[in-house]
Write a protein that binds this ligand. Structure first.
Ligand code: MRU
Length: 371
């Protein structure tokens, strides 16, 4: 997608294959900088610090991390240690485990001399497939948005389709296009009049810092709102649909996504607003059925709640990214990073294979028929 008219991806292999470049998301929207990751240890650190984040991008980055580990040392113990270190970075998004297992299956039976090159090929393939899946999600979601426009008698140039989204499930969370934002980009490019309500997404503000940044770069009309504003906007008829991404979807259609997603789904239910979840198949965990009981929820530092990042304008044109405290000194905070939305609250799952009911039958039918 575009930044200042130039097309970017979030991750790419540097020439020679000895390092991987990523956009440093900890600095956005204030600074655009590229980070070069030269070892598996640097990849581990980048995922943990959320230099890269978003379920699909975490998976792709981890796959490249495994390649870097094997370049340094292709032994069995190096392979298992690297997988363990990468897997431990972020426990919730299943794409991480999925991508590592995929590379492992390709390399584990090979001679040591072949492992790094084959890991590189597989990581590249995972990245390319992610782009294709996100594009297809975009096309499938576009049809839903077109239906929303047809069904809204007052839809016109001055009264757009209003989509609310939570967190960042745009191209920055994937390799390109995004999941929840892909249908929005496709709709915008197809000429639909569309406007996005962007939940700021406390505590790390992926909405106000990343989603708003992406949409602004693409020129898509959007408005940032406090996380608590969505229910009111739905009551006032100002939300036509909610589309979010996912970090893990169970085989029965339960959805794990950024903390606060569940509250949006509840508000949708009460107001008759369709709540859609966009995801690639790499986000489905076919091994589990009960999201609340079986998905490990990452608990992050309380400092993400007690403090916020922003840009401080120092005057005379200079500025600095600063982190400021918003709570009293002795207040404690708790920071679960994800929640579970039960399948019954999900209007449909938008996948690369098509649109499915959020249920075991819905998912199985889509993926069996599509094979
Ligand atoms: O903690 P993050 O920023 O990695 O969380 C990201 C999300 O919750 C996204 O909505 C999800 O990964 C879907 S990304 C296409």
């Amino acid at each position: 997608m575009n930044i200042d008219g130039r097309a970017w991806r979030t991750i790419w292999l540097e020439e020679g294959g000895g390092a991987v470049s990523v956009i440093d998301q900890t600095q956005l929207p204030h600074e655009f900088s590229i980070c070069s990751l030269r070892s598996c240890e640097e990849v581990v650190d980048a995922i943990r610090r959320m230099v890269v984040r978003g379920a699909p991008l975490i998976g792709v980055t981890a796959a490249y991390g495994l390649m870097l580990a094997l370049r340094k040392n292709p032994s069995d113990s190096s392979l298992t240690n690297a997988i363990a270190a990468l897997n431990a970075t972020r426990p919730t998004a299943v794409n991480l485990r999925w991508a590592l297992e995929r590379v492992f299956r390709k390399v584990s039976s090979l001679d040591y001399s072949e492992r790094a090159d084959v890991a590189k090929e597989e990581a590249f393939l995972i990245a390319e497939e992610d782009v294709a899946m996100c594009q297809a999600i975009g096309e499938n979601g576009l049809e839903l948005i077109q239906k929303l426009a047809i069904n809204r008698s007052d839809y016109c140039a001055s009264d757009p389709i209003n989509i609310l989204t939570h967190c960042n499930a745009g191209w920055l969370a994937t390799v390109d296009w995004g999941t929840a934002l892909a249908p929005i980009y496709k709709a915008f490019r197809a000429g639909l009049n569309i406007h996005v309500w962007v939940d700021e997404t406390r505590p790390r503000n992926q909405g106000s810092s990343l989603t708003a940044y992406e949409l602004a770069c693409e020129g898509v009309p959007h408005t940032v709102i406090a996380d608590n504003a969505g229910g009111y906007l739905m009551q006032k008829g100002q939300v036509d649909a909610v589309i979010v991404g996912a970090d893990r979807v169970t085989a029965t259609g339960d959805v794990c996504n950024k903390i606060g997603t569940y509250l949006k789904a509840l508000a949708c239910f009460d107001n008759g607003v369709p709540f859609y979840v966009a995801l690639p198949s790499s986000t489905i965990d076919w091994s589990i059925g009960n999201g609340l009981q079986e998905i490990p929820i990452e608990v992050r530092s309380p400092m993400e709640v007690t403090h916020v990042n922003g840009i401080y304008q120092k005057g005379s044109g200079s500025s600095e990214i600063v982190n400021v405290q918003v709570c009293p000194d002795r207040t404690t905070a708790f920071n679960p990073a994800f929640d579970i939305t039960p399948a019954r609250l999900v209007a449909a799952l938008i996948t690369e294979k098509g649109v499915a009911n959020a249920s075991k039958d819905g998912l199985e039918e889509l993926y069996t028929l599509a094979k």
